[in-house]
Design a protein around this ligand. Structure first.
Ligand code: AMP
Length: 401
């Protein structure tokens, strides 16, 4: 892969990148940067973990010196979740080529105060979730009349969440011409429609053949009855002493129950799901990133896009029904340059889920030998319809622990 110097970046930018630990481009960066630096629109097909954030931030920074001093932003990045926008902004602050650079992050679920403050002071780049960006546009606190650079990050996911209308409204506020980069893990018809309407003669960059995270991760499963899952988890913790882990549960209440059990037995455990107040979610993520929280019991709210470098283990405590969600979850480990371990707990009636995941990732997942647990593979049969969530699940933990 080329060095950033070889890609023709400004020297102060190459220095900023080196300070942030970026010396060579990743494949998606090597593909996106040359056309983007020339001002072309780009459709980039890439998953998290490939360096896609850098792929869209670096061309913005390359143009940074051209932007005249004005309080209104030149660039806007839209991304689907609060965690992602925070992460993008952090990476922008880390890689910025100049101390002058200012960015503001905008997301819902928190008060407007800090965001209004930031916008009033002026910034070069706004990073936000579409819903809250619309709120600011309506209040008149955000002006997009100077925008020259637009990024739609995880476009497939933004459309899944139902942000299409918001995205389109935001784009109508951006003056033409402007440069647009659209990044998406998948490019279904819905994303293509967005591309056709809002990108001009885009260069397509795909790094499909690269599976940067999944192939480096050691994957295995253990067959286990629901009621023995806590016991199995503690056994694995005792055997493996994971440095840092995420333990994925299917439902918020299940995560809560497991957390209550686990925190009595293991140090440094915390929990994260979508019902927690945003402030608390931020705190927990910050503590997790800093390594103060070692083990995070979580729902899929952290399944996608969250980048914490030290995670050694991903436990699919509830094996997901959706194979894509499995890939996103295990992608939280084995980040660039590191190896990771992913272990899925498969209940006897969940064999079909395992099979679906294997055909999706196109490889077999090995059973894992854990003392006291059978190595039989659960049979792949159609699952019975899901039971209703509340109340019944408490029985899952009986009093084994
Ligand atoms: P992303 O796919 O943007 O979430 O990036 C995944 C991780 O790779 C982040 O921790 C980045 O800081 C890191 N990263 C991205 N690009 C590079 C690079 N060129 N060299 C080293 N690390 C990188």
């Amino acid at each position: 892969m080329p060095t950033f110097d070889q890609l023709g970046l400004r020297p102060e930018l190459v220095e900023g990148l080196a300070r942030g630990g970026f010396h060579k481009a990743t494949p998606i960066q090597a593909g996106v940067l040359p056309p983007a630096i020339l001002g072309r629109d780009v459709l980039g097909k890439a998953q998290t973990g490939t360096g896609k954030t850098g792929a869209f931030l670096i061309p913005f920074f390359q143009r940074f010196a051209e932007f005249p001093a004005t309080p209104e932003p030149f660039g806007i990045v839209l991304a689907p979740t609060r965690e992602l926008v925070v992460q993008v902004q952090e990476q922008a602050e880390k890689l910025a080529p100049s101390k002058e650079f200012k960015s503001v992050v905008i997301y819902g679920g928190v008060g407007f105060g800090a965001q209004l403050d930031g916008l009033q002071k002026g910034c070069h780049l706004v990073v936000g979730t579409p819903g809250r960006v619309i709120d600011h546009l309506q209040r008149g606190s955000l002006k997009l009349g100077k925008i020259q650079y637009v990024v739609l990050d995880e476009a497939d996911r933004m459309l899944d969440i139902g942000f299409r209308k918001d995205i389109e409204r935001i784009l109508t506020h951006c003056p033409n011409p402007h440069q647009t980069l659209l990044l998406s893990a998948t490019v279904p018809e819905t994303v293509l429609r967005l591309v056709n309407r809002y990108l001009t003669d885009p260069v397509h960059v795909s790094i499909e053949s690269e599976k940067p995270t999944v192939d480096k991760i050691s994957q295995s499963y253990v067959s286990v009855e629901e009621s023995r899952k806590p016991e199995l988890l503690l056994k694995i913790f005792a055997d493996e002493t994971p440095r840092q882990s995420i333990i994925f549960c299917e439902r918020k209440r299940w995560a809560e129950d497991l957390y209550l059990v686990l925190r009595k037995k293991v140090a440094g455990v915390s929990m994260m799901h979508g019902d927690l107040p945003q402030g608390m979610r931020n705190q927990i993520m910050a503590a997790f990133r800093a390594g103060k929280v070692k083990h995070l019991v979580a729902t899929d709210v952290v399944g996608r896009g969250i980048d914490v470098t030290g995670i050694s283990h991903v436990i699919n405590y509830d094996i997901p029904e959706d194979p894509e969600s499995y890939v996103h979850r295990i992608g939280r480990t084995g980040r660039i340059g590191a190896d990771g371990t992913a272990i899925a707990f498969v209940a006897p009636e969940q064999g079909q889920r395992l099979t679906n995941i294997e055909s999706f990732i196109n490889r077999l997942i090995d059973p894992r030998a854990v003392e006291g647990f059978e190595m039989t593979r659960p049979v792949a049969v159609e699952e019975a319809p899901k039971p209703p969530a509340p109340m019944t699940h408490r029985k899952r933990y009986s009093n084994r622990l």
